[in-house]
Design a protein around this ligand. Structure first.
Ligand code: SAM
Length: 211
């Protein structure tokens, strides 16, 4: 296993059965309240055939299920997908994928209208964020949008995310914007914001799949 694979595996294990999920059900305001920065971007997504990347226990899917045509819930942890299968049992709009932590191999090419990822990529290895953006270009229709909550923590390069404030992995909104452009997913809107009192440590990018 190379260094990138072993670090990804450690991160994945941190989120397998974590107490976070039950607590996080009560922390939805930042993403879903009209007064907060995220919802206005989410409203720009075409939810006909959407993907939620790193869905956890499905707290965000539960917020938008009434607005989707179809939603594919993707997570690296089997236990999370098992939880979602129970939570959304019998709902034909919901599909499920356990992935490898850096691609969307089980999602059809050019078949999805949007993708979103909240409170998860902030922890991912930067190389995995880039791998996923490359995959977003593959799975989205031309003009499809991806809304990503990413890390803007440029402290501790080469370190491990648990050493960092708020467990933000090394990342940068501007670097993501630059690389996304080169992967034919240009950034059409972005914002940097504070998280848990740490200034400017997080960001949102809205990427559009170039035709
Ligand atoms: C902090 S939890 C957030 C879960 C969900 N997005 C939410 O807001 O409730 C982080 C999630 O990312 C998933 N995850 C961690 N690394 C991943 C990776 N490389 N690819 C896909 N999912 C990953 C974990 O299994 C977990 O579900």
């Amino acid at each position: 296993m190379n260094r990138q694979d072993s670090i990804r595996a450690r991160i994945n294990r941190d989120w397998d059965g974590a107490p976070y999920y039950a607590q996080a059900e009560a922390w939805l305001g930042f993403f879903w309240s009209p007064e907060k920065p995220v919802l206005k971007y989410f409203k720009r997504l075409d939810l006909s055939r959407t993907i939620e990347l790193a869905c956890g226990h499905g707290r965000h899917a539960a917020q938008c299920l009434d607005r989707v045509g179809e939603i594919t819930l993707v997570d690296v942890n089997e236990s999370n997908i098992a939880h979602c299968r129970q939570r959304f049992a019998g709902d034909a709009r919901v599909r499920y994928v356990v992935n490898n932590g850096h691609d969307l191999a089980d999602c059809d090419t050019g078949a999805h209208t949007s993708l979103y990822c909240y409170d998860a990529m902030v922890h991912f290895e930067l190389l995995d964020v880039f791998d996923y953006i490359r995959e977003m270009h593959r799975v989205l229709v031309p003009g499809g949008l991806a809304l990503l909550h990413v890390s803007n923590n440029m402290q501790n390069p080469g370190g491990f995310y648990q050493q960092n404030d708020r467990w933000r992995n090394f990342g940068s909104v501007d670097v993501v914007r630059h690389v996304a452009d080169r992967l034919d997913m240009p950034c059409i809107a972005h914002e940097v914001f504070d998280w848990g009192g740490t200034p400017k440590v997080d960001g949102l990018v809205l990427l559009e799949r170039r035709p």
